[in-house]
Design a protein around this ligand. Structure first.
Ligand SMILES: [Zn+2]
Length: 221
């Protein structure tokens, strides 16, 4: 029987009989390992386009150090909705609460206290907008230690994780939601450790990143 699904660990073909779509499990009888079926599918989807990643993704290989880096940088379309919203919401609340105080040159602590949540919301909104406009994600894999950076320029947050060569990459439902739909995050599962990443990435680059992670980890990057 001809199948297009391959074991992510050893590359052996996996017949459809050994795939349970409902439980998202695929069993490889050649090596005895199981993989998430959704990931096999992601691997198939990205395998053909591995030479040309989705827009915004750049892959660099460090031949000296033996590591590899994936950078995702692309303006997120949601900022064009968020910018006018923030102008109205923050402009209105900030102007009304703090602007009037500045104009009157009179400090009103009750009003200022009342405005703190709006101030906090404005800071969050501006951060999200800036990340959507100029933010980048950089995932680095090097000999069992990985890092994920998300930020602007050099300003941002880096999270680190470790992995072994037999670590598995799969998808799971993230706790955060987008438009009331739970998003999926990528998880790297190794011996006793689980690391989740990329929950907020759009679907297409997310699937590519998952396929890339599994391939690079399996080949020993
Ligand atoms: Zn296998």
């Amino acid at each position: 029987m001809n199948t297009r699904y391959q074991c992510l660990a050893c590359g052996a073909p996996i017949p459809l009989d050994d795939i349970n779509v409902a439980t998202d499990v695929a069993l490889c009888r050649a090596c005895g390992r199981t993989s998430a079926f959704s990931l096999l599918q992601a691997a198939v989807d990205t395998a053909s386009s591995m030479g040309e990643p989705p827009r915004g993704i750049r892959i660099e290989r460090d031949f000296m150090g033996g590591g590899t880096t994936l950078t995702y940088k692309r303006m997120q379309p949601f900022v064009w909705i968020l910018i006018p919203f923030t102008l109205i919401w923050s402009g209105g609340s900030m102007g009304g609460i703090y602007g009037t105080q500045i104009l009157k040159r009179a400090f009103d602590w009750k009003m200022s206290l009342f405005g703190l949540p709006f101030l906090f919301g404005t800071v969050v909104l501006l951060t999200v907008i800036l990340l959507g406009l100029f933010g980048k994600r950089r995932i680095t894999l090097q000999h069992g230690s990985g890092s994920v950076f998300h930020g602007i320029g050099r300003l941002g947050r880096t999270r680190r994780f470790t992995y072994s060569r037999d670590a598995r990459v799969s998808f799971r439902k993230a706790t955060m939601q987008r438009n009331n739909v739970p998003t999926e995050e990528i998880v790297v599962t190794g011996a006793g450790s689980t690391f989740a990443l990329c929950a907020t990435l759009p679907d297409e680059p997310k699937r590519f990143v998952a396929g890339w992670l599994q391939r690079e980890i399996a080949r020993g990057s």
